[in-house]
Write a protein that binds this ligand. Structure first.
Ligand SMILES: [Zn+2]
Length: 99
């Protein structure tokens, strides 16, 4: 059984995506380019709320879907080492226990 490349749901052999939305989002996500200097500026000079504003501005400027751009920024920042996936997990674990 093949999977939808966007949401990873199982789909029938005759389909490439489970829905038109997934197809649209998939190609939109592929087309989004986030330059490294943009990522490093976001994570070096901006705090969380400023970062959010910059991402919104960028998505409007380049006519991108905000949630998809966010996804892309997050994965690019993780790859570039600005977000440490391991320590993030630890933090969320601690906050679970801390209430
Ligand atoms: Zn899908």
């Amino acid at each position: 059984m093949p999977f939808c490349p966007y949401c990873k749901k199982k789909i029938t052999m005759s389909k490439a995506f489970c829905s038109d939305d997934c197809k649209e989002n998939y190609f939109h996500l592929v087309s989004i380019q986030v330059p490294k200097p943009f990522i490093s500026r976001l994570y070096t000079f901006h705090n969380e709320s400023e970062r959010e504003i910059e991402i919104i501005k960028y998505s409007k400027l380049h006519n991108m879907k905000l949630d998809l751009l966010r996804k892309k920024v997050y994965s690019a920042a993780t790859k570039a080492g600005f977000i440490d996936g391991v320590s993030n997990k630890n933090t969320s674990l601690q906050s679970t226990y801390g209430g």
